[in-house]
Design a protein around this ligand. Structure first.
Ligand SMILES: [Zn+2]
Length: 433
């Protein structure tokens, strides 16, 4: 029998309401026992230093792996290498590949490549509509059978209300969530940055916050009618949070939402400082104004926000090295998430370490109905070890991701990933710690 023991450290498992000093015994890739001072008894030992956190494996439910079709940006192998370096034992990947993942053949290809890479678990998300064109619905049932865990046309909104209604009805029957990139196309227009002071000053076309929230409100109405699980991805506007809060306040447990680290760390001031027109601060939805950023922080602290997800969106340097208007939207996020969460949320006193784990593991598993999210007896041993106090400097050039498009290059933060364990196998070890 393969035995591994994690000796020492603080086990934080919100799902099991466990937070304290324990050892963790893994047998044949599964959690066998969690207790004080377990005997080593011939097991391989992972020494966990005092102050380090042993958490259920982190899960990122919003990742663009780019394969098939855009392998110059990222592949499933490089994307999952970035995932485990960032502490994620599992990722859910968006269907806006080339071709779009609207067919079981593509889902199967993704799963096969992920198995070959042997790093993080990969859960494909299927397209709501064929080609994500917003017209004809994909075969959701066949896609679920092939392994899709949710449906979205991310990159684009499901703009047609009838299509959204039907998708919710089908997905509701299948018991999987519909995830929407909320953005009213007419209000977004050809905007490239948040509509506000900085966009006006820099002469950039604006995207108002209500371009997002108006669709969040429509979707909540449809989710209320259908009762189906519905998830708002990369929420950025304070008006959207208000709509989600109101839905939850009237008892809608089928509505959930996520926020990306850049939306609780940065504001549209980054369009100007430290560098003007830096295309690494161009993402969709855009960095919004201070009131929106503060609303996201509040929602994260008070429980209105369910999940932190990165919207990891790799782009080749050549693609980003153009005028702001012409650059593609998006930044890489897998390897900067843990330091940003610990530095800006936990050390800033906004949330506890346990709440951070809930946002990064417990809740992503719950919202997408995935295995994992807890160190339960007999569960697959997907574990992330964190050094919450370790100082780190983000170095874009050293990222495992094939793309380096991050606005956080050179940032000094506190909070690092020590090791990532998937199915009892150590797939990442930070040699600096
Ligand atoms: Zn999106």
């Amino acid at each position: 029998m393969q035995k591994l023991i994690l000796k020492g450290g603080r086990v934080v498992d919100p799902a099991a309401r466990r937070d304290g000093e324990f050892d963790v015994l893994v047998e044949d890739g599964r959690i066998a026992r969690i207790d004080k001072s377990l005997p080593v008894d011939g097991a391989d030992v992972v020494e966990v230093k005092p102050g380090w956190i042993v958490a259920p494996g982190l899960i990122d439910i919003h990742v663009h792996l780019r394969e098939p079709g855009q392998e110059h940006k990222e592949t499933i192998a490089t994307g999952t290498a970035a995932a485990v370096a960032g502490g994620f034992t599992a990722v859910a990947c968006m269907p806006n590949t080339d071709p779009v993942n609207d067919h079981p053949g593509i889902t199967e290809l993704i799963l096969r490549r992920a198995a070959e890479a042997g790093l993080a678990r990969v859960y494909p998300i299927g397209a709501v509509s064929l080609g994500s064109c917003g017209e004809q619905m994909s075969e959701l049932g066949a896609q679920k059978a092939a392994g899709c865990v949710a449906f979205t046309d991310d990159g684009r909104p499901v703009a047609n209300a009838l299509l959204m209604r039907r998708a919710l009805e089908y997905a509701g029957m299948l018991g999987v969530p519909i995830v929407n990139h909320c953005e009213d196309p007419s209000l977004k227009g050809d905007g490239v940055a948040h509509e506000g002071f900085y966009a006006a000053r820099l002469g950039l076309r604006g995207i108002p916050g209500i371009a997002e929230s108006i669709m969040v409100e429509r979707d909540i109405a449809l989710a209320e009618m259908t009762g189906a699980p519905y998830h708002v991805c990369h929420m950025s506007a304070r008006q959207s949070l208000r709509a989600v809060r109101a839905a939850k306040a009237r008892g809608m447990t089928n509505v959930t939402c996520e926020v990306a680290p850049h939306h609780f760390v940065l504001t549209d001031e980054a369009l100007e400082k430290p560098v003007r027109y830096d295309t690494n601060v161009k993402m969709n939805p855009p960095l919004r104004e201070t009131a929106d950023r503060d609303a996201m922080l509040e929602g994260i602290a008070d429980g209105s926000v369910d999940v932190i997800a990165t919207d990891h969106a790799p782009h080749h340097a050549d693609e980003k090295l153009v005028e702001f208007d012409r650059a593609p939207f998006g930044i890489v996020g897998l390897e900067t998430c843990v330091p940003l969460v610990f530095d800006r949320l936990v050390h800033a006193g906004r949330v506890s370490a346990a709440r951070a784990i809930e946002l990064l593991s417990t809740n992503p598993a719950r919202v997408f109905r995935l295995p994992g999210g807890s160190l339960a007896d007999g569960a697959s041993a997907d574990i992330t070890i964190l050094a919450p106090d370790a100082p780190i400097t983000i170095a874009a050039a050293k990222l495992k991701s094939k793309s380096k498009n991050t606005p956080f290059d050179g940032w000094q933060l506190r909070g690092a990933v020590v090791a990532t364990i998937v199915g009892g196998k150590v797939v990442y070890r930070n040699e600096a710690l």
